[in-house]
Design a protein around this ligand. Structure first.
Ligand code: SF4
Length: 442
C-alpha cells in the first residue's frame, strides 16, 4: 500500500505545551492506524483540532477555523472533523456544530481513542488505507514532552485550567520513565517534563513523590542528553528542590517562572500566593545556586482594576529581576472564572499601551543579557539545519536561548556542539562552531 492511497490527517494545535504533548499522542494514534500526515487542513481527510480557552484570541481563532472546515466538508474535502481540549469542557461544541464528527475533552488522549476510531471507521474507507499496526512511527522530535501531571489546584482567579482540566492528577514515576524511554528509543535526545504546576508533582499520589523523583527516574535512561521541566509556580520553588537539581547534571538550568504582575494587591486578587518580595527572593535563590541559569516568565497586563501605579510596579519588577525572556499578554476574561465577574474594566487601548511598554522593556533586557554572552563559548544542542543556507544551523543552549550558528562540518539534530558567540539579537545568539570544548552550565 503506498502513502497516496492512505487517508491523511492534519492536527491543528492552539494553546499550551500540554496541548502540544497531547497532539504528539494523537499523531501516534493516527499513524498507528495507517493514516499519513497532510501538509495542510484542506488536503486532509481527518482534521483534529486541539482547542485552548485560556485566552479569548485562541478561542476566536478556533471558531473561525471551524467555519472554514465546515466549508471544506460541504465541498467534499475533509471527511472527519474532531475537536478536543479545553473548549469542549466549557461549551457545547458538538451540539452547535453538527458537522463535527467527534468532540472529546481535555483528559489523557487514550481515554478517547475508541470514540475517534468509531468516527474513522464510519467516515473513511478504512480498508483502503488503514492497517492496525504502526507502519512507520512518526519520526520523533529531538525534544519530546512527557507529561507528569494534568490539571492544577492553584485556582488563580483569571485561569480556566482548574475548571476545564480538574485538580492535579500526577502520573506514576514508573509511567513517566516508561514514556520517556519510549520517546528516547524513537530518537529523542531531550525530555521535557510537563505539568501546569510541575513543582507540585506527586503530592496527590497514594505514595507521594516529588518532581526530583520524576527527574531522577528519567535521568539514567540510555540516549538522554538533556532534561528540562515546565512550569514552575513561584510559590513552589524551594531551596531543597534547587539543591536536589545539583545532583542531576543532565537537568538544564532553565526555569520558567511566571510572575504575572508586580503589585502585591493585584497578585492577591489573582490568588497567586506570593508577593513581589517573595518572587524577587525566589529568583535570587535560583541565581545564587545556578548563576548562569536561564529564566523566563509570563506577565499579564490589564487585569481587572489594574491602575497605572500598579502597572508601573510590573515594569519595576521586570527591570529588577531581568529574566531572559517574557511571554506577555493582555488580560481577557475567561468564562466561569472569578475575575470574569469583576468586569474587564481596563480599556483595550490602555492594555495595548501597557503591553507595548513591557515589550520594549523586555526587548532591551533580553538584548543586554544576550550581548553579555558575546565572545563566550556555549554548549548548543542542534535542532535543525537551514536547508536554504547550507552550513547554517539552529539549536538551543542549556539555558534555552536560541543559537544560530555556522559550521563547515555536518551536524545532525540532537548533536551537542560548542559555539563561539559573535553577535546577539533580543531573541537569539549568533555564532560559529568552536573547536574549544566547553562543558558549560549554559
Ligand atoms: S498555576 Fe494558576 S495560571 Fe497556572 S494553570 Fe494553575 S490556576 Fe492556571
Amino acid at each position: 500500500m503506498n502513502d497516496v492511497a492512505r487517508p491523511t490527517y492534519f492536527i491543528k494545535v492552539f494553546g499550551c505545551q500540554m496541548n502540544k504533548f497531547d497532539a504528539s499522542e494523537f499523531e501516534r494514534f493516527f499513524t498507528e492506524r495507517g493514516l499519513v500526515p497532510a501538509p495542510a487542513p484542506e488536503q486532509a481527510d481527518v482534521v483534529h483540532v486541539l482547542t485552548c480557552c485560556v485566552r479569548q484570541k485562541a478561542e476566536d481563532k478556533f471558531f473561525s477555523l471551524l467555519g472554514a472546515l465546515r466549508k471544506h466538508k460541504l465541498s467534499g474535502g475533509v471527511k472527519v472533523i474532531g475537536v478536543s481540549g479545553c473548549i469542549p469542557e466549557l461549551r457545547d461544541v458538538g451540539g452547535d456544530h453538527a458537522f463535527v464528527d467527534y468532540v472529546i475533552g481535555s483528559g489523557a488522549p487514550e481515554k478517547y481513542y475508541d470514540q475517534i476510531e468509531a468516527a474513522l471507521i464510519k467516515n473513511l474507507d478504512m480498508k483502503t488505507g488503514a492497517e492496525p499496526v504502526a507502519l512507520h512511527m512518526p519520526q520523533s522530535g529531538i525534544s519530546e514532552f512527557v507529561t507528569v501531571m494534568r490539571g492544577c489546584t492553584n485556582y488563580c482567579t483569571y485561569c480556566v485550567v482548574p475548571a476545564v482540566r480538574g485538580p492535579e492528577q500526577s502520573r506514576s514515576v514508573t509511567a513517566i520513565r516508561a514514556d520517556a524511554r519510549r520517546r528516547l528509543q524513537a530518537g529523542a535526545k531531550e525530555i521535557i517534563l510537563l505539568g501546569q504546576n510541575a513543582l507540585a508533582y506527586g503530592m496527590d499520589l497514594t505514595r507521594p513523590a516529588t518532581l526530583l523523583d520524576a527527574l531522577s527516574a528519567v535521568h539514567d535512561l540510555p540516549g538522554l542528553r538533556r532534561v528540562r521541566f515546565v512550569t514552575s509556580h513561584p510559590a513552589w520553588v524551594t531551596e531543597e528542590f534547587l539543591h536536589g537539581l545539583k545532583f542531576l547534571p543532565l537537568v538544564c538550568a532553565y526555569f520558567h517562572i511566571p510572575f504575572q504582575a508586580g503589585d502585591n494587591e493585584t497578585l492577591k486578587r489573582m490568588n497567586r500566593k506570593y508577593t513581589v518580595e517573595e518572587y524577587i527572593e525566589k529568583i535570587a535563590m535560583i541565581r545564587r545556586l545556578f548563576p548562569e541559569a536561564g529564566i523566563s516568565a509570563d506577565v499579564i497586563v490589564g487585569f481587572p482594576g489594574e491602575t497605572d501605579a500598579q502597572f508601573q510596579g510590573t515594569v519595576r519588577l521586570m527591570k529588577r529581576v531581568v529574566v531572559n525572556q517574557a511571554y506577555m499578554f493582555k488580560y481577557s476574561p475567561r468564562p466561569g472564572t472569578p475575575a470574569e465577574r469583576w468586569g474587564d474594566d481596563v480599556p483595550q487601548k490602555t492594555k495595548e499601551e501597557r503591553l507595548a511598554v513591557l515589550i520594549d522593556t523586555q526587548r532591551e533586557i533580553s538584548l543586554r543579557l544576550n550581548r553579555a554572552q558575546i565572545e563566550s563559548t556555549m554548549e548548543v544542542m542542534v535542532d535543525t539545519a537551514d536547508h536554504m543556507e547550507p552550513g547554517r544551523y539552529k539549536g538551543r543552549t542549556r539555558c534555552n536561548r536560541v543559537a544560530d550558528f555556522t559550521s563547515t562540518k555536518k551536524h545532525n539534530p540532537g548533536d551537542i556542539v560548542s559555539v563561539l558567540i559573535d553577535k546577539a539579537t533580543p531573541h537569539a545568539l549568533i555564532g560559529r562552531l568552536s573547536t574549544r570544548h566547553k562543558r558549560s552550565l549554559l
